[in-house]
Design a binder for this molecule. Sequence first.
Ligand SMILES: Cc1cc2nc3c(=O)[nH]c(=O)nc-3n(C[C@H](O)[C@H](O)[C@H](O)COP(=O)(O)OP(=O)(O)OC[C@H]3O[C@@H](n4cnc5c(N)ncnc54)[C@H](O)[C@@H]3O)c2cc1C
Length: 299
Amino acid sequence: MKTLYEKISEKLGVNVKINEPLSGYTSYSTGGNADAVFFPKTEVEARALTEELRDNGIEYAALGNGTNVLVSDDGYRGAIISTAELKGITISGSVLKAHSGDKLSEILDCALYNSLGGIEFLCGIPATLGGAIAMNAGCFGKSIGDFVLYVTSASGIYKRAECGFDYRTSRFSEKNDLVISACLNLENVEYDLSENKSEYFKSLRRTRQPRGKSCGSVFKNDGYYAGKVIESCMLKGYSVGGARVSDKHANFIIAEKGATSSDISQLIAHIKSTVKQNCGVELKEEIRYLGRFSDGDDV
Ligand SMILES: Cc1cc2nc3c(=O)[nH]c(=O)nc-3n(C[C@H](O)[C@H](O)[C@H](O)COP(=O)(O)OP(=O)(O)OC[C@H]3O[C@@H](n4cnc5c(N)ncnc54)[C@H](O)[C@@H]3O)c2cc1C
């Protein structure tokens, strides 16, 4: 007998994988199975899918490149909307329109070939556009939201001022509103200068950030540098199972061979309690949880 997910897939013509392991979709490569993973290819499919899931009372969550999520070892009960196939970049003057599944690296290349820039600081963030918009990704004092003209989501079209962009958050992540596409307002730049800038940002990352499976910064820098605070508690190198605090950058947790999401979430809990006890600082996670965790965090 067909599952409800397969019926929805057939009705809308959207590909679905049932009982799909999510470890292959995240940079930590940990976590269990989702009941279903859908792959909309167009804006129409994406919007129809969110409506259909809502009408059927099915919980859902968006997944981009999985570089900022920790998936429960028990997986996710509901539907994941993967944006991997929702792609397409167009340029008109200095405005670049991209879809949520386009990788930032592809967007940066496309902008560069058209002598458009201003967003070189994003170079090296392994995100999709949708994930970057939802998280208002950024670094070196700038965020992608600063360059947004408007965002088209499952619920409507939002000008930048309406997107609720703040430090590593937006209305889209807060309201679980699927980002479908966005228009970025870029600057005319000289090809060589823009390429040099990108290389510069890449080299900064190479020197400051560890290699290995991670989600980048685990905690927000919220009036303090989380990495420095964690380091001051002598937690560099501390590990739980296969999860280890990086020796190079204490705000990175590296998932080593055999690591589970439970190892990572237990290490996060240990870091938070140690830092609270020793420094009085309440660290807040930048990473997002997907599925149920024993300490109650879930999506
Ligand atoms: C090596 C490394 C370096 C990093 N450096 C940085 C950095 O410098 N700055 C920074 O900000 N981040 C950084 N990150 C973290 C991460 O890349 C960003 O948070 C990025 O924005 C996540 O994009 P994603 O496509 O992987 O999203 P995912 O991890 O797939 O999802 C992240 C969140 O966004 C939601 N989401 C995803 N797609 C959509 C969509 N289309 N619509 C609505 N919600 C959606 C998800 O449900 C989830 O809550 C780094 C990560 C790594 C591994």
